[in-house]
Ligand binder design. Structure first.
Ligand code: A2R
Length: 320
């Protein structure tokens, strides 16, 4: 395998990690990934034998160091996280531990292995939190007003990345991904949950009532396959230490997204608001300004939102 670039993905078996692994394999990378014994492997089942998987937990700094100093990756994509906002209300400490201390463990392992890979870290639009109407579309320079323990954990990871660049000159690129979705999205996320409910109703396995949360929020959605293309461009073309929004610059209301999903189906449904699906504090609007990232990399989102939603619904139709 001489000459092949080595890419390490933390969180390779997750929603985004699995799509990124497919992309990197198609581009000829030697792809390594961190998993745990408890990690569900469904998303990477079909490509598992082309990957080099290592048993490593972000909380176990010793395993991180041992494996990283052996692999000596050229690129690291740091995706492993407690990734779900609602879980962060229930388990704030675990969220902070995995997302902040886990990232510190990873950076230390890389530093102590005396290697110099380009490291992309998956920061989040949730960091902007409360955004005022005159701040939209949101630039990287916008104040961060995080509204959940998850968002706070991502702010801390983001700045830890900056600090490791600043203190040790590590080549860390910070990407603030806005919402991203598509096949394999967990059913705890609104759009995927709606698609799954529609698929269940189509099969007669759920009464024709869609349970919803806040339908008024507006979100800027990118297809996950466009997002992972952006992550690869980030390590190839972006400036170390710098931060980049990745988003389309267009937003859709959650209620309109539900209507779009329903337009692909013949079922007739009513909706019911479910208090448990509302957040203690929610962000009304998130639309990003991607001009900095686009100018640096030439990236453009390619998959229309309609296709993303159709693929997501078909993903669930094949699974329920
Ligand atoms: O929890 P597991 O074993 O199923 O694996 C998850 C992994 N992960 C960890 N890996 C190592 N040590 C840990 N302590 C640890 N905790 C979690 O991260 C899973 O494979 C992955 C996260 O996948 P998803 O929850 O599907 O997240 P998604 O949507 O792919 O998000 C990727 C990144 C995250 O940093 C998000 O916060 C960001 O994009 O938006």
């Amino acid at each position: 395998m001489a000459g092949k670039k080595k890419a390490l993905i933390t969180g390779i078996a997750g929603f985004v990690g699995s799509h990124l692994a497919e992309l990197l394999l198609s581009k000829g990378f030697e792809v390594y990934g961190f998993c745990r014994s408890r990690t569900k492997m469904d998303h990477i089942e079909e490509i598992k034998n082309k990957l080099i998987l290592e048993d490593a937990d972000l909380m176990d700094s010793h395993s991180l160091y041992t494996i990283i100093s052996r692999i000596k990756p050229d690129f690291v994509f740091h995706l492993a996280a407690q990734s779900f906002v609602p879980t962060s209300w229930i388990s704030p400490s675990v969220t902070l531990e995995v997302n902040v201390s886990g990232s510190a463990n990873l950076f230390e392992a890389i530093r102590q292995a005396s290697i110099d890979p380009v490291v992309q870290i998956a920061c989040s639009s949730e960091e902007y939190g409360l955004v005022y109407p005159d701040e939209v579309p949101i630039k990287e320079t916008n104040p961060l007003r995080p509204q959940s323990p998850y968002a706070v954990s991502k702010v801390a990871m983001d700045y830890l990345g900056y600090q490791y660049f600043s203190s040790y000159n590590m080549k860390i690129v910070r990407t603030r991904g806005f919402n991203h979705t598509g096949p394999r999205r967990g059913d705890t996320f609104a759009e995927s949950n709606f698609a799954k409910q529609i698929a269940l109703i189509e099969k007669g396995k759920q009464e024709p009532i869609i349970h919803v949360g806040n339908l008024e929020a507006k979100r800027d959605y990118t297809d996950v396959r466009d997002m992972v293309r952006a992550y690869l461009l980030a390590v190839e073309k972006c400036e170390a230490g710098d931060v980049y929004n990745i988003c389309t610059g267009n937003a859709i209301e959650i209620g309109k997204m539900l209507e779009l999903l329903l337009s692909f189906s013949k079922v007739k449904v009513s909706t019911k608001q479910d208090q448990s699906r509302m957040r203690p504090s929610d962000v009304p609007i998130l639309i990003g300004d991607n001009s900095k990232f686009v100018a640096q990399t030439g990236w453009k989102d390619e998959i229309p939102f309609k296709k993303t939603m159709e693929d997501l619904l078909n993903y669930w139709r094949a699974r329920v």
